[in-house]
Design a protein around this ligand. Structure first.
Ligand SMILES: Cc1cc2nc3c(=O)[nH]c(=O)nc-3n(C[C@H](O)[C@H](O)[C@H](O)COP(=O)(O)OP(=O)(O)OC[C@H]3O[C@@H](n4cnc5c(N)ncnc54)[C@H](O)[C@@H]3O)c2cc1C
Length: 398
């Protein structure tokens, strides 16, 4: 098996690097490199720059405004943008809803919503989880009852990431209570400015607002916003999750974070020597590098076999588990490398223009928040325990 990229793929890598040098705003890249807070405006700016080049929805087919890249090109783009400290593409619209609309949406839905995803008119969030329906998602209770040309939606979603920025939410709703619970679910697109929608923040341990609760009280949603067929939403929901999980694997992001860890280990000192030369720390670094190399190969192999985009349910589960374990190990080792400096957390130090007294080296400012925030990786998108069940059922037939 030849793992080298072809000359035209290496030429593409150069094209991406040149684009990043010319177009990625230094101010935004510096914020990403230093682990600082990005604003909604920062994300929108970067999306607009990518869209202008036709590279935003990089795994969509050409006919819908994607670049029509091969698996290798999409991989190279992912890695190079992460290494250049570009913000990650916010996935909800581009990487999750987009593929569902392309496969299952009506022509009217595709021609209305897809261009709005590309030009940033809409900011979407994901309304899957409910209190009591996370891993057991099919038990969800938010109801949508047909009333003429509308559904009347009542219920509550939770853990809705970045809902505070969103004007649209794609929701799983219950349209039938008879038969198997998976058979009564529909996939509905809801305008968050409709009367009866309320978003409340969930403030996290570090004081950040990343997730929210979303309440629906007699919300009227046009029937035209139903994706596919009524009561068939579970199929579309699972298809979306394969994209979500493949995306969470985040190989490019881990490569960038590992490079930063290597830099820290070369700078920090233990017993008068660089930490990277400490036998125990060096062994953990080496182990991590090997795991990351394996992950890179597996990721490419699985994506190539699936023709790009997203892997099957069980393989996307596999990528999700390994990808998130590796990323958590990187943040864990970074925290160890910093010793006592990893503990203090000055929230304001993550804001642009902070000129207070830093605690420890510049790269320590976001260590605590990175470590704690990345605990979420093994939970969201479906917890890793549940991913293991998916794999055992599908591959090992246990
Ligand atoms: C930061 C963050 C952001 C999120 N963003 C979104 C979002 O934008 N939109 C959205 O819809 N959801 C979102 N989620 C929700 C996420 O998908 C759920 O948290 C996840 O699916 C787990 O569900 P739960 O929290 O209800 O845990 P539970 O299902 O209650 O699980 C609790 C524990 O039990 C274990 N467990 C449960 N069932 C099994 C089983 N069958 N076998 C073995 N172990 C099991 C789990 O692994 C876990 O450790 C987010 C979550 C987090 C933490």
């Amino acid at each position: 098996m030849d793992l080298r990229f072809a000359p035209e793929e290496e030429a593409f890598r150069e094209e991406v690097r040149t684009f990043l040098k010319e177009k990625l705003p230094t101010r935004i890249a510096e914020k990403v490199r230093q682990g600082k807070r990005l604003t909604k405006q920062d994300h929108e700016t970067w999306h607009a720059i990518l869209n202008e080049r036709g590279w935003l929805a990089n795994h969509w087919p050409k006919e819908y405004g994607g670049p029509g890249w091969s698996v290798a090109q999409a991989y190279i783009f992912d890695v190079e943008t992460a290494l250049a400290h570009a913000p990650r593409i916010i996935p909800f619209a581009v990487s999750m809803l987009g593929p569902v609309l392309i496969k299952y949406g009506s022509e009217a839905q595709k021609s209305h919503w897809l261009p709005r995803i590309l030009d940033g008119t809409d900011w979407w969030c994901q309304g899957y989880s409910e209190p009591g329906s996370g891993s057991d998602l099919a038990s969800l209770k938010t109801s949508a009852v047909r009333d003429g040309d509308h559904y009347i939606v009542n219920g509550q979603k939770t853990w809705t990431t970045l809902a505070q920025h969103a004007n649209m939410i794609f929701c799983l709703v219950r349209t039938s209570t008879t038969g198997k619970k998976q058979e009564g679910i529909s996939f509905l697109l809801i305008d968050m400015n409709t009367p009866g929608v309320e978003v409340r923040p969930i403030v996290l341990l570090d004081g950040e607002r990343e997730v929210n609760e979303v309440f629906f009280t007699d919300v009227r949603v046009p029937v035209a916003n139903l994706v596919g067929e009524e009561n068939k939403g579970w199929t579309y929901a699972k298809y979306l999750l394969t994209y979500e999980r493949t995306n969470i694997a985040g190989v490019g992001g881990s490569m960038a974070a590992f490079k930063e860890l290597q830099r820290i280990a070369a700078t920090e000192r233990k017993n008068g020597k660089p930490l990277a030369e400490d036998p125990l720390f060096a062994a953990r670094l080496a182990r991590l590098e090997i795991d990351l190399e394996n992950m890179k190969t597996t990721n490419l192999r699985v994506l190539a076999a699936s023709g790009g985009g997203a892997a099957s349910l069980e393989f996307s589960a596999m990528l999700k588990i390994r990808g998130t374990e590796i990323r958590q190990e990187i943040t864990s080792l970074t925290r160890r490398a910093l010793g006592p400096y990893a503990q203090p957390f000055i929230s304001e130090a993550l804001d642009e223009g902070f000129n207070g007294e830093p605690v420890g080296p510049e790269y320590a400012a976001s260590a605590a928040v990175d470590y704690f925030n990345n605990r979420k990786l093994s939970i969201f998108g479906g917890s890793n325990e549940v991913q293991r069940e998916i794999i055992t059922k599908a591959i090992l037939e246990l």
